[in-house]
Design a protein around this ligand. Structure first.
Ligand SMILES: *Cc1c(COP(=O)(O)O)cnc(C)c1O
Length: 242
């Protein structure tokens, strides 16, 4: 085999989903070790938005079980296409409009982006229609908080958080899982946002009421893990640029 061809092959291997998954898992393990934490306490959600079902199957074949989607219709379509992957757990992480709550309540195993009381009520109603909280487990949700200032488009403000959390608690078909944030792009700003989320959790019942922190993406997962993240949402580092 000539050198050029060898280069092409090793390049495509090093950028395949299985090798990228291994690399991300190693980053998580190193960041956990550096923070003196057990890596088992950090769940990896592979963010597959705008990526094909074939790539999701590839990751699933490697043992990945948690996948994140941003768009309600795309989630519903993929949940249908991949219904044979019975251990797959869908995390809805995108901005959720009330008129899409039914689709999401039907397909998602977790919702990370509850950012207001009226959305909590609508999602609660739709999850109840799916039998959640009666003959199925309640739907676990995260409240998304905007802690990074103006740059963040979505999320409840810190001052609204008390009300949004109470609205989730009032829905028997939903169960509070934790807080989520989408930080500004710079690592310094991300660190400040993650620390702010940790403080807000302490203020609103701590880890007993809010056991999980959904924070950290491809570029800032080390910072998030150092700050106490229990769940990182990683897209491009696993599936490539979008
Ligand atoms: C797209 C997205 C991610 C993943 O971002 P990457 O930088 O590709 O890792 C995580 N969380 C949310 C809410 C997203 O929309």
């Amino acid at each position: 085999m000539n050198d050029a061809l060898e280069d092409v092959i090793s390049e495509s291997e090093s950028t395949s989903v299985p090798s990228r998954l291994v690399a991300v898992t190693e980053r998580i393990a190193r960041a956990a070790a550096a923070a003196g934490r057990d890596p088992k306490g950090i769940r990896l959600v592979a963010v597959s938005k705008l990526k094909s079902s074939a790539l999701i199957r590839e990751a699933y074949a490697c043992g990945q079980r948690d996948f994140g989607e941003n768009y309600a219709q795309e989630l519903a379509d993929k949940a249908c296409e991949l219904a044979d992957l019975t251990e797959l757990r869908w995390h809805f992480i995108g901005h959720l409009q009330s008129n899409k709550a039914r689709l999401v309540a039907k397909a998602a195993h977790f919702v990370h982006s509850v950012d207001g009381s009226s959305l909590a009520r609508e999602l609660g109603k739709r999850a109840a229609n799916e039998g959640r909280g009666v003959f199925r487990e309640p739907l676990p949700v995260f409240v998304e908080v905007s802690v990074g200032g103006e740059a963040q488009k979505h999320g409840a403000s810190a001052s609204d958080l008390l009300d949004v959390l109470a609205s989730v608690d009032a829905e028997p078909s939903l169960v509070l899982r934790g807080l989520m944030t989408m930080p500004p792009p710079s690592l310094d700003a991300a660190r400040r946002a993650f620390e702010a989320l940790v403080s807000l959790r302490a203020l609103h019942g701590g880890a007993t009421r809010l056991p999980e922190l959904s924070m950290g993406m491809s570029d800032d997962l080390e910072v998030a893990i150092a700050c106490g993240s229990t769940l990182v949402r990683v897209g491009s580092a696993i599936f490539g640029a979008r």
